[in-house]
Design a protein around this ligand. Structure first.
Ligand SMILES: C[S@@+](CC[C@H](N)C(=O)[O-])C[C@H]1O[C@@H](n2cnc3c(N)ncnc32)[C@H](O)[C@@H]1O
Length: 249
């Protein structure tokens, strides 16, 4: 997959088409985690900053913030936010041994989810190497368990209507359109785009391989209406989620 081409094409309609983690974060955990690590004496990098949705949280709390993204169209929108302590740079995070200035805090929200799995390993390593010793990275990453759980909830909904699992239209499971190997490797389709999803146990293996020590691994939860068109009122916790991972180098 050519990420640059894909994201340049999406850039003009980004706000309408791409899931807004900050607005959907049900228990407002992201701002709390950012605040925990922020200091006006520290520097931060937002890896895959998109159009800069994290900047209202990062820019006022860090000395300076570097926003990196592969899409020049999105970087232009990010620049238009007008933060004086934010610098922006076009960077491909999946290029081996990227040279970046060191930072104290790395933020990376729904970026390391490439269907070419090798690219994820390279991206994690680039982020680890960009941190000063003792620095912290905060990742938001798609959850394979959540994708499976949401589909199971959908099956329950059909059951209420008297439809057996075997009779549910195949299009309801369009997320799982890859082959068995894709599924086992966490490739789930979001808006027809193959997207790497992780199990918690997998993260406990791949993040240390990239040089991180996981200090917290928890759910970043969203309302059911982010997954189901008309969720019934009695669908509460457990909610659908992405993984929120705090790591140190
Ligand atoms: C789902 S968006 C998330 C954007 C932002 N982190 C947010 O939470 O709003 C994924 C972002 O990753 C960027 N991206 C994709 N591939 C990349 C790569 N190889 N190197 C750097 N950025 C990349 C895209 O341009 C896009 O801005």
């Amino acid at each position: 997959m050519n990420e640059k081409k894909h994201w340049e094409k999406l850039a003009p309609g980004y706000n309408d088409e791409i899931f807004d983690v900050y607005a959907s974060d049900k228990f407002k955990k992201l701002p709390r985690y950012i605040k925990k690590h922020a200091s006006l004496g520290k520097t931060a990098i937002d890896f895959g900053c998109g159009n800069g949705k994290s900047f209202p949280y990062l820019a006022p709390q860090f000395r300076n913030v570097s926003g990196l993204d592969i899409s020049k169209g999105l970087l232009k929108q990010a620049a238009a936010r007008g933060y004086s302590n934010v610098t922006l740079q076009a960077v491909d995070l999946t290029k081996s041994a990227l040279k970046l200035p060191k930072a104290d805090f790395a933020f990376c929200c729904n970026v390391v989810m490439f269907p070419d799995l090798q690219k994820n390993a390279i991206a994690f390593k680039n982020i680890a190497r960009a941190l000063r010793p003792g620095g912290t990275a905060l990742f938001v990453l798609p959850s394979l368990d959540s994708a499976l759980f949401s589909s199971w909830r959908l099956i329950q909904l059909y059951e209420r209507e008297g439809v057996k699992a075997a009779d549910i239209p195949a299009r309801e499971f369009h997320y799982f359109k890859g082959n068995k190997r894709d599924l086992v490797q966490g490739i789930v389709y979001i808006d027809n785009v193959p997207t790497k999803h992780y199990s918690a146990s997998e993260l406990e293996v791949v993040l240390p391989q990239a040089g991180f020590k996981i200090t917290k691994l928890e759910k970043l939860e969203y309302d059911w209406n982010t997954e189901l068109a008309e969720p019934p009122e009695d669908f509460g916790a457990p909610y659908p989620w992405d993984w929120l991972v705090e790591c140190q180098v």
